[in-house]
Write a protein that binds this ligand. Sequence first.
Ligand SMILES: Cc1ncc(COP(=O)(O)O)c(C=O)c1O
Length: 379
Amino acid sequence: MIPIARPDLGPEEVAAVTEVLESGMLAQGRRVAALEEGWANYIGVRHAIAMGNGTQALMAIFAGIDLEPGDEVITVAHTFAATANAILYTGATPVFIDIEPDTYLIDAKKIEAAITPRTRAICPVHLFGLVADMDMILAIADRHGLIVVEDACQAHGATFRGRPAGSFGHGAFSLYATKNMTTAEGGFVTTNDDRLADWLRLYRNQGMRSRYQFEMLGYNFRMTDLQAAIGLVQLDKLEGNTARRQAIARRYDEALADLPVRLPVTPDGRVHVFHQYTVEVGDARDAIVAELGEAGVGADIYYPIPVHRQEYIMERGLHAELPVTDAAAARTLALPMFPALTELEQQTVVEALRAAVGRHPDPALAPEAADRDPAAIAR
Ligand SMILES: Cc1ncc(COP(=O)(O)O)c(C=O)c1O
């Protein structure tokens, strides 16, 4: 089976982990500090604060900006549930708005209509490795005095007009096993806010500035040196691996151009880092995924049930009408995408998709259908 993702781990990571194990110093230490410095430099921010995972990075940011019950954060439902869950962690309310049909990212044109006197923040999710429309989001945030929290968990090194994801507001990154860069589990907060950075360093370490001096309420959201050792090797590899993902995406673009499917778009001024390569295949999506599986191709769905339709969200009265999100959840699939995907494997994926889509073509996606208008998916 060609998997949807495969981490790029080799002898360097093994050697780095072995060195930490042999040193006997496993917990947060100098390697975490080195990784934080490396990540802050890479993103071009004053502070990177390592966390146990991306969810904790989001939770800590939302806690650190003092969200309270009754506060609202405008975000999307076409995301991993952790985005909304981290808002709920503070007692605040996620307010879901729809996405753009072509990029699958927050539709910034819909933000202002969702703003109320309780709105405190906007949380765009740079899904699949593409940065949301930060020009528009920053302008709106500025106009209304809102904080911007970027869920950059899937966007390591993606840029918008040359600026990296995670450098516009307070950013959260995930270093989960399948991400563009991994520490098995891990995360970062990125910020230029000195006060917030100091607060986050305390919050992740039980509120302790020095041993057993509990300066404030805090928890254990720490990364270990074992993870950071992997992360330092992965950071060195990130640019090369991103280039490989982009080359694979270009090959998919060329090989799939004549099929009745809608391919990922990269608006001008953005650099896509292709955490996922997601295509719209139409209403027969589930049958196509099943047939790809039979052909040995591990396609997957991100995300089959959008957050606003999850039971625990609906129970909280947080449902919203999001037709573009619903259409994306029903009609798209992601193809295998990882740096070591070979041309031969990719050929297998392309042929399997060509055959499956040939058996289940969606008329709305046929080349002759009104320019395959992406808005059509929201019908
Ligand atoms: C968009 C998004 N947000 C948040 C997270 C949470 O990150 P983690 O799994 O590291 O807790 C992920 C990772 O899966 C993600 O993809």
